[in-house]
Ligand binder design. Structure first.
Ligand SMILES: Nc1ncnc2c1ncn2[C@@H]1O[C@H](COP(=O)(O)OP(=O)(O)OP(=O)(O)O)[C@@H](O)[C@H]1O
Ligand SMILES: [Mg+2]
Length: 159
């Protein structure tokens, strides 16, 4: 029976920070212009760690940290432009309209969004949702990947 793209999921156990970065690097290889990824998980779950691995794989050498106060940090890499959002401190989702979120989302750039629920309903859906949660030891995390579009399904299949 054919699997629906909407229900395409996968889980990975990440036994160290390095394994989380490595998942980010594998994800980097599957990204195409305009891909939108939502990153769910509590404070310290490893969202930025995954983004760091992803950006390093695309050639970013400088610091990669959550853009908590500025809400978004753009990175120009040789292959792709990547906008890294952290909406934790967003007080009102309509602030996203003021910052021109539609231009960010409709363009060619890849968008990676930490705390995406803070942007609802201005922020609509993504191609791929990744939820990071605690594992069975302090250094372990579980990544749950869920495709929310055909493009997302292709990424889940390839990872
Ligand atoms: N397997 C793991 N994967 C990722 N991080 C891990 C892992 N094990 C331990 N850690 C630690 O957990 C922390 C993850 O921090 P990170 O900034 O990536 O979280 P975050 O989800 O982006 O949090 P925030 O919501 O505050 O932005 C780091 O201190 C990292 O060293
Ligand atoms: Mg973060």
């Amino acid at each position: 029976m054919e699997t629906q793209t909407e229900t395409r999921t996968a889980s990975r156990t990440l036994r160290s920070e390095q394994e989380t970065e490595a998942l980010g690097a594998r994800l980097a290889a599957q990204l195409t212009a305009g891909t939108i990824v939502f990153l769910y998980g509590d404070l310290g779950a490893g969202k930025t760690t995954l983004v760091r691995g992803l950006l390093r794989a695309l050639g970013v050498t400088g610091t990669v940290k959550s853009p908590t106060y500025t809400l978004v940090e753009p990175y120009r890499t040789p292959r792709l432009v990547v906008n890294h959002f952290d909406l934790y401190r967003l007080r009102d989702p309509y602030e996203l309209e003021e910052m021109g979120i539609r231009d960010y989302l409709q363009g060619e750039a890849v968008c990676l969004v930490e705390w995406p629920a803070r942007g609802h309903p201005v922020l609509k859906d993504c191609d791929l949702a990744i939820t990071l949660s605690a594992g069975s030891s302090p250094g372990e995390r579980i990544a749950h990947l869920q495709a929310r579009s055909a493009r997302g399904a292709a990424i889940v299949d390839a990872l």
